[in-house]
Design a protein around this ligand. Structure first.
Ligand SMILES: N[C@@H](CCC(=O)N[C@@H](CS)C(=O)NCC(=O)O)C(=O)O
Length: 207
């Protein structure tokens, strides 16, 4: 497998999932420069993934899978014993998809993309911080007050995605101070050996 990634972006979620599944040693990690859309050898990333975004995962038989929610479930299903996703067809699997969707659309795109997009008008950033973020973090807070993980009582790929986007909170000019259960969850997840290993390897690329 090949993972096309950019350090500390949403593709970190897939690296975390691969580390949790013990599959990271079998993966060729290809760094993408998102400004120039090129790979380390100077070739065009758009020739591989015309959407130009990370993450993208290339399977051994040459298929390219994009979109975090799909890639994360694929990785989970490559290592069923890891428990990174409930069994396909079970009701809990839909709960996983519900959370993957929430993280991907409500947090990643609605809140964080509005803040980080260099073309966002300042009014959109203000809206994202003051109007969009609070009810979405309140929803997480309610859930994480009662549960240690998003789905059931074990770490799944939805947690890999959530801890990844929670890493962006301070850089987005947000704070977890009003949301203590979310803050405690983030700290707890960062202590997991696989999460720590994945984050350390990507943070080292940024210095
Ligand atoms: N819908 C995509 C969004 C992926 C995405 O937004 N990736 C960001 C990094 S966090 C990216 O590559 N941005 C550069 C771009 O879209 O040009 C998914 O869920 O995978």
């Amino acid at each position: 497998m090949k993972l096309f990634f950019s350090p500390m972006t949403c593709s970190l979620a897939t690296r975390i999932a691969l580390c949790e599944a013990g599959l990271d040693g079998q993966v060729d990690f290809q760094r993408v420069d998102l400004h120039t859309r090129t790979l380390a050898d100077g070739s065009s990333y758009l020739d591989i993934s015309p959407k130009g975004a990370v993450a993208a995962l290339q399977t051994e038989d040459g298929q390219l899978l994009t979109e975090n929610a799909a890639i994360l479930q694929y990785v989970a299903d490559r290592a069923p014993a890891s428990g990174l996703a409930p069994a396909a067809g079970s009701f809990e699997r839909y709960r996983l998809q519900e959370w993957l969707s929430f993280v991907g659309t409500e947090l990643h795109k609605h809140v964080f993309y509005s803040i980080f997009n260099p073309f966002s008008p300042e009014a959109s950033r203000d809206y994202a911080r003051s109007q969009a973020a609070p009810p979405r973090f309140a929803h997480l807070e309610q859930h994480l007050k009662l549960q240690a993980f998003l789905v059931g009582n074990q770490f799944t790929v939805a947690d890999a995605y959530l801890v990844t986007v929670l890493n962006w909170v301070e850089r987005a000019g947000l704070s977890l101070e009003p949301w203590p259960a979310v803050a405690a969850y983030r700290e707890r997840l960062r202590q997991r050996p696989a999460v720590a290993r994945a984050m350390q390897s990507e943070m080292a690329m940024l210095v």
